[in-house]
Design a protein. Sequence first.
Length: 134
Amino acid sequence: GADLFRITTAEPYPEDLDELYRIGQSELDANARPELEELVENMADYDTVFLGYPIWGGTCPMAVFSFVEQHDFSGKTVIPFCTHGGSGFASSVGDLQDALPDGVVLQDGFSVSGTSASDSQGEVEAWIDHLEME
């Protein structure tokens, strides 16, 4: 029942995983902020934002930082969830909190190995139920 918004870059990422890794690492090394295709027009309407992303190079993709830096997250709660290759959240939660000093990034997010993501519906539902109890 939630509104969904997909963070997409103005220049699409390649589907080839080796090329995608190379570009992601290059963006990370340059601390780049890729241009986004669009922004959320009514961000002020939301108090809580679930923010999902894959772990790239130990943190969020640079496009996620483009997104959070181009929206006002003052007073908002950000609930992170991610896929990863074995690192869990790595440094992404702390990096997001640093990027959002006027928001609150929930430390109790959800992370799942990319190879297990398609079989994790039960875990996701249990995590959501846990959040609703808080």
